[in-house]
Design a binder for this molecule. Sequence first.
Ligand code: THU
Length: 130
Amino acid sequence: MTDQELIEVAKAYRERAYAAYSHFKVGAAVLTKDGKVFGGCNIENASFGPTICAERTAVAKAVSEGHRDFVRIVIAGRSRELCVPCGVCRQVLREFAPNIEIICLNGAGEERTFTLEELLPHSFGPEYLQ
Ligand code: THU
């Protein structure tokens, strides 16, 4: 799976976003070490709090199918700025993949790759609880 293919998956999932309130559609695609891909979109809720981001939808799908070894994730938004993951999603990615690469896209299709360490330095993780 090339980066470009993973980007296309994230863009396709963006179309499935349920963004009834923000109208801010986001798609994500996470790649596992063994080459599996799980896509996700944001799913909003009238009660706002239960809203889930695209990244966490993709991660929840992967983990619930038995895959936790993530190497890369694409996040495709439509904003002018690159669609970077929110703080909650950064922490969720940290749980499973402290070395994950995060490819962020804006609406123009421009991209930038970050490491999780760049986006969430000095992070707290599972090893603290051992
Ligand atoms: N959102 C995501 O799905 N991922 C991000 O990286 C940023 C924010 C969603 C949550 C909400 O449905 C909408 O975008 C506006 O915040």
